[in-house]
Design a protein around this ligand. Sequence first.
Ligand SMILES: Nc1ncnc2c1ncn2[C@@H]1O[C@H](COP(=O)(O)OP(=O)(O)OP(=O)(O)O)[C@@H](O)[C@H]1O
Ligand SMILES: [Mg+2]
Length: 228
Amino acid sequence: MKEILTMKKIVKKFGTGHTEVTALKGIDFTVKEGEFVSIIGPSGSGKSTFLTISGGLQTPTSGEIQINGQTFSTLPEKQRADLRFKEIGFILQSSNLIPFLKVHEQFELVDRVSKKKEAENRIDQLLQSLDIKQLKDQYPSDLSGGERQRVAIARALYNNPSLILADEPTASLDTEHAYEVVKLLVKEAHDKQKATVMVTHDARMIKWSDRVYRMSDGYLIEETLNGQ
Ligand SMILES: Nc1ncnc2c1ncn2[C@@H]1O[C@H](COP(=O)(O)OP(=O)(O)OP(=O)(O)O)[C@@H](O)[C@H]1O
Ligand SMILES: [Mg+2]
């Protein structure tokens, strides 16, 4: 199987001198196509730092990142932005929807930027599978936090990126919808050969994972799954 995300010896430091914090302490990590990997760990352990660095939203202090075999840091900014847009679907802790666009327009914007149109029914299918089809004509401010989160998830999956990075995608959802969201992400990974990394603090959400890692004070340690 093809490696979609490869991280080598990733270190991330914030601040200098006596305020210096080392959030990531030399991380090696790989996700292949079709894999769903979960990262758990306490608040402040470095999970979001890890995820944003893996998708190129922040740069590491040292170490190397490859997306689909391309070394991220050596690409010029324009190509880096293109790669990020085409290959990576981000689901961040805040839902990052565009406030003045209706739900269906959030997806049409993706079409416009990518200069290709997804199948007509793709939006409807995604919204349906996340139980938010009736919200198509609403603005983000008219939605609940959980509904906004689900729209953001649909938008991240919409243009079929090869890598999906999800930071606490179920944080604002009730248990039933949280399970549905994780199952949808797992299904997308397995059926469409996507590489998916999900950060969560909710241990109930990791049971469908192919691998689970624990982030602990800047180190990433693989967990042994029950029954394996
Ligand atoms: N921009 C920044 N400047 C300085 N320190 C930072 C910055 N971003 C994160 N940190 C520090 O790095 C460490 C890891 O933070 P991070 O946000 O990755 O944790 P987390 O595991 O995602 O926590 P949570 O579960 O609360 O979201 C923390 O000590 C945090 O204070
Ligand atoms: Mg976080």
